[in-house]
Design a protein around this ligand. Structure first.
Ligand code: GDP
Ligand code: IMO
Ligand code: MG
Length: 427
């Protein structure tokens, strides 16, 4: 039927979980393809409120297969905990499948994530400390341990001993930390393997079969484009590609098979962790947005930095992902603001900057150029048709379409599934 990618267009937390869960009602397969438990995807539905870190947001529908693709790094302890928590709330996880090619987050990754952050001092990235960076470093350095390795005790022990010899040298000699016991990690991970074994498979084969049947496949992005290691605000980024291209790589689908790529954007901007954010508001408006929208991290609980919508970064994100449409979330958060600003350009040394700067030192110096638009001062959460939105809200959305050169397919006016205006139908 269709393959649709749901991609974060900003710095994460755009509302991907809500949109994926909404669209998954008609899906056959929902695939997470990047990141790991650094993600925190909020879903609010008839079963309650959920903050998912690894399990795809399609899990609430019994007919939907949910895959953790090869591009994800899996912390088995967190995954098992999440599955148990879902099961205890009446949600089955029998349709959850984990790629045997996915890499494992190991205890030394968690330790190293913390130790590296401490060592960075004032330059700390502000990671989620979920071991994500160190796990992807190992994948690239060819010293990772894959989910498949867990299924063969001998292979696992040999690989673990070899890798941990080096890790313990780094832990003790570089950081002066305690070494980890190979035996303990081995036993702990074998017990995880027993729990997860029925879910481990070649997920790419499941994807192939679904493509063959012309099933409806949703690729659930994690993080956001501006956290991409290549195109994001390096080095304040994550360690796997949250972009549309990452969706192909992390699930085993060729780019020609993708039908729609929907960029999810909040109606304003937020960021957790360090790094430049040109439209950040260090004033009462920023504080007001944080209060109204309850902008605190789903994974770490940290306050999110808030600011006006940045159409320079947004247009960059549209271009590098080839978004076919936008989903604008949290429009309702702006209901209470009499004036709304939108960043249409950056000024540097009195000149307008072309595109989105590569260097952080440049981005830090950029002054946002704003266009001010009147707010609508009307509640929007009960509106279900685009034409019923206040004129000022429609003008704001049209301005986004114009500045990003991309049509708005979905407008989200509340955290709950039904609080959504669908402009371009979901297949
Ligand atoms: P994700 O990581 O992209 O899935 O986003 P998060 O779940 O981390 O953060 C998005 C937050 O916004 C969550 O608390 C959602 O419940 C909430 N949310 C999503 N869409 C809307 C919306 O349209 N309006 C409001 N008020 N909240 C929303
Ligand atoms: P979802 O999927 C927002 C940020 C961290 C930090 C940087 C690197 O919920 O949108 P990492 O732990 O990945 O090494 O941290 O990336 N970050 C996110 N910010 N939403 C996320 O995921 C994030 N995942 C990582 O705050 O700045
Ligand atoms: Mg999130």
């Amino acid at each position: 039927m269709a393959v649709i990618e749901i991609i974060g267009g900003q710095w994460g937390d755009e509302g991907k979980g809500k949109i994926v869960e909404l669209m998954a009602r008609k899906a056959d397969l929902v695939v997470r393809f990047s990141g790991g438990s650094n993600a925190g995807h909020t879903v609010i539905n008839q079963y309650g409120t959920f903050g998912l870190h690894l399990v795809p947001s399609g899990i609430f529908y019994s007919g939907v297969k949910c895959l953790l693709g090869n591009g994800v790094v899996v912390d088995p302890a967190i995954l098992i905990q999440e599955m148990e928590s879902l099961n205890s709330r009446g949600i089955s996880t029998s349709n959850l499948f984990i790629s045997e090619r996915a890499h494992l987050v190991m205890p030394y990754h968690l330790l190293l994530d913390g130790l590296e952050e401490e060592a960075r001092g004032a330059g700390a990235i502000g990671t989620t400390r979920r071991g994500i960076g160190p796990a992807f470093v190992d994948k690239t350095a060819r010293q990772g341990i894959r989910v498949a390795d867990l299924l063969d005790k001998k292979v696992f022990f040999r690989r673990l001993s070899q890798v941990m010899q080096l890790k313990n040298v780094i832990l003790t000699k570089v950081y002066g930390a305690q070494p980890l016991s190979v035996d303990e990690v081995y036993k702990q991970y074998l017990s995880y393997a027993r729990t997860l074994a029925p879910h481990i498979t070649d997920t790419q084969r499941l994807v192939d079969e679904a493509l063959e049947r012309k099933d409806f496949i949703l690729l659930e992005g994690a993080q956001g484009t501006l956290l991409d290691p290549d195109f994001g605000t390096y080095p304040y980024v994550t360690s796997s590609s949250p972009m549309a291209g990452g969706g192909c790589q992390g699930s085993g689908i060729g780019p020609k098979r993708i039908d729609r790529i929907i960029g999810i954007f909040k109606a304003y901007n937020t960021r957790v962790g360090s790094g430049a954010m040109p439209t950040e508001l260090d004033d009462e408006t920023g504080e007001l947005i944080r209060e109204i929208a309850h902008e605190f991290g789903t994974t770490t609980g940290r306050p999110r930095r808030c600011g006006w919508f940045d159409a320079v970064a947004g247009a960059f994100s549209v271009r590098i992902n080839s978004f076919t449409g936008l989903a604008i979330t949290r429009l309702d958060v702006l209901d209470a603001l009499p004036q709304i600003k939108i960043c249409t350009g950056y000024h540097l040394d009195g000149k307008l900057v072309r595109g989105f700067p590569t260097q952080l030192t440049t981005l830090e110096k950029c002054q946002p150029v704003y266009e001010e638009m009147p707010g609508w001062l009307t509640p929007t959460s009960d509106i279900r048709r685009y034409r019923d939105l206040p004129l000022a809200a429609r003008r704001y959305l049209r301005k986004m379409e114009e500045l990003l050169s991309c049509p708005v397919d979905i407008v989200s006016v509340g955290a709950r599934r039904e609080e959504t205006i669908i402009i371009k139908p979901i297949p």
